[in-house]
Design a protein. Sequence first.
Length: 496
Amino acid sequence: MCLVTGATGYIGGRLVPQLLKAGHRVRCLARSPEKLRDQPWADRVEVVRGDVTDPVSVAGALRGVDIAYYLVHALGTGSGFEKTDREAAHTFADGAAEAGVRRIVYLGGLTPVNVPVRDLSPHLRSRAEVGDIFLAGAVPATVLRAAVVIGSGSASFEMLRYLTERLPVMVTPSWVGTRIQPIAIRDVLRYLVASARMPREVDRAFDVGGPDIMTYRAMMERYAKAAGLPHRLILPVPMLSPRLSSHWIGLVTPVPRAIARPLAESLRHEVVCREHDIARYVPDEAGAPLSFDDALELALRRVREAQVDTRWSNASVPGAPSDPLPTDPDWAGGSLYTDERERTVDAPPAVLWRVVEGIGGENGWYSFPLAWAIRGWLDRLAGGVGLRRGRRDAHRLRVGDSLDFWRVEEVVPGRLLRLRAEMRLPGLAWLEMRTEPDAHGRSHYRQKAIFHPRGLLGHAYWWSVSPFHAIVFGGMARNMAKAAEAQPDPGSATPA
């Protein structure tokens, strides 16, 4: 039995099906198990609710487990994330020892040579410390240390992609000249799966990387070539610190500042593998590890074909609300504001649902695009996720998907889509869209925006934006109805 923590995240969500394919039984530990409900492999795994910081839930999740994968970290959760990571790692290591786990497998960060630990970025320092905690524990551990992971939907790939595609001329930080050894997500998963079968005496860290060592500048140039873009003019300047770089990355790419900053800080020092000892236990196959160009081509193909299984935004946004939805207007939790819209739509429910499920991303929000764009920019300036996260799939949504600055909280196909706001707000917000058939073969569309204010600022926020609701929410309901009515009904097609 393998336990996978972080199964709702980018790596974990891809590791689970690979472990199943290799013949392992899998249990997933998740704070919100419902986020795994719509995964194609959900009915083949055991899912338990819990948190790596809670000794009781960790002990229960580890019971009967042979291999425990630790794929969580507190990246972007604030100044105390190192302490959180440290305490969670100790809790997990102690729980694994008590449960008789045979091996812990941890994916950490590749650290630079001859750089004191105190000089590392907080992100790299914490990842190294967690690895050391597992290696010092009673349970044998495999600690894989990787630098930049290249795969469709990874934060590193998205950062590289958007910086290169959107800026033909770039004034860049000096770290674009730092040497890096990237690795394809396919190889990361291959090493993780194979780690389950390592001999018991193996208790060490391994550097893992692809065959190419290059600067970040070269990565951008090779991305431009692979994507068929004109040559990019890159002008590095020394005064752009990681802090300033994170603002720059946050404005240009979908990666928010809270995640961009540790990524940028990690590129200050050269991160190149010092050994390739992993090959003793996981022999290199033909064409593996993948070259940088092959990894790029594979990732770009997945993006073009809309076959991105997981994205960096799968993981919950640090600080995002997790309170239950208040469904009663007389909710005991306090004031609750709603904006409700209804329309009869001259289109079958299946056609209307197609419009509802396709909302956001490239399709937009069907009303006042400038208002949505401004709200997205304001959120980015405040350190939020903004509108640019887009969609994982252009046509289908599943619980847990990020959708611009919303998170899919519930999907009942053909009936209900509920989104939870992850933008910076003085309160909690949801947007519900429902479709129902009427007695005449048409559809009834119901739309509800719900806001639970936090303090006086929350009340002031609602009343300051309420004058625009008729334009934004009213226009949204009206234009979605028009879009559905303009679409052909697949059930009415006549045979040739």
